[in-house]
Design a protein around this ligand. Sequence first.
Ligand code: HEC
Length: 307
Amino acid sequence: MKKCEAQHRTGSALASLSLACALSATLGLTGCRGDRAEDPPRQFFPDMDDQQKWKPQTQTQFFADGRAMRQPATNTVAFSRAPLTVQTLEGNPAWASSFLADRADLLKSDDAVFTGKDASGQYLEKIPVAVDRAMLERGQNRFNIYCAACHGMAGDGKGMVGQQWSYPLPNFHDDKYITRSEDPNIPQWRDGYLFHTARNGVWTPDGTQNKMPGYAHALDVHDAWAVIAYVRVLQESHRGTKDDVPAAQLATIDAAAKAAADAKAAAEKAAADKAAADAAKAQPASPTDKPADKPADQPESGKGGAQ
Ligand code: HEC
């Protein structure tokens, strides 16, 4: 009690606290500010420090199903983060479209898009979403970020990391990644299989060992389809011939190729001329001119010597 009084002797504003402290001591309750105690703290003015509440995932007798957390009402779906009314939806389709896209994502109603498999569990043959230029560019961007380090910018398995791998990485230009096969053990030509691989990685058949990490954390389903579309572009461009190029662009390419060939020929000729000129200049007047500069058996400078 003495200690408490000493602490609060000064400062008349604290008089009541002092009093409370003295009072608690009188009542046989131990503990002053700074003292340690196992008991819960005493609250003289509880204000609204504590309120009744249920913590997440706890049980309660209050609801018939025994859960404290409630389920969303039946047949309802989280729709969007902004109030959505018929007026806003119908009056402003551009604005609504992003929410509708969100809604499709939240519902995940189209299994094929989200799993890469059809209703029977078979990997889809073809990408189930629309492919356009913007999507391909997105796919290129994501592929170069997330896949190229191992699989190479060209998909040939010769990325900087891929080259260091303990075994050769697959080459996406191999036949099995392109040509249709009825063999169930060769699913690599199916877009759905590539999609599944991009998101979930590659595992040993018993599922215990991870051979390639999955990228679902980095690629949402739309990005993953875009990456697969881009892999198809890489394959296509790899197999392309000059005949695939539209005539208008062919002229440009031919002109560029001719310019490059001309420049190369000119450079080669200049180099040959210079070599010939140098050779003529370097023709020694007499054999004694030659070994002038530095004898080969001596270091270039004193630096190499022991210090
Ligand atoms: C860290 C290196 C690494 C990165 C990054 C990587 N992969 Fe792979 N990937 C591998 C390895 C290793 C294999 C071979 C696994 C095996 O079968 O042993 C492989 C195999 C594959 C295969 C062939 C699967 C099969 O069954 O034939 C595909 C398709 C593939 N990766 C797609 C991707 C895509 C798409 C990305 C980018 C999202 C990606 N990978 C990123 C390492 C990587």
